[in-house]
Write a protein of this length. Structure first.
Length: 84
């Protein structure tokens, strides 16, 4: 029996900022905010009506919580692009 996996995985924040995204096991790209993530999902064939970013059955956020795009507490100054 194979283990069930969420179709979208948002990987831990990268040291340089952003998070790598995989869709159905295929690399989709690097997102720096929710808008980037939505665009990567659109390019992968998933429309806004198909995906709710906070749905744990569809999106697995690894290494940091949802909508966190940078490593906090690093030596480099980082900003969160998802906060106006």
């Amino acid at each position: 029996m194979t283990r069930w996996q969420t179709p979208i995985v948002v990987h831990p924040p990268a040291p340089e900022g952003g998070r790598h995204v995989t869709v159905r096991g295929q690399a989709a790209g690097l997102a720096h905010d929710d808008a980037d993530l939505t665009e990567l999902l659109r390019r992968a064939g998933l429309g806004e009506a198909d995906v709710t970013l906070d749905d744990p059955h569809l999106v697995e956020w690894r290494g940091a919580g949802p909508h966190v795009w940078h490593i906090h507490g690093s030596d480099e100054e980082t900003t969160r692009r998802d906060i106006p």
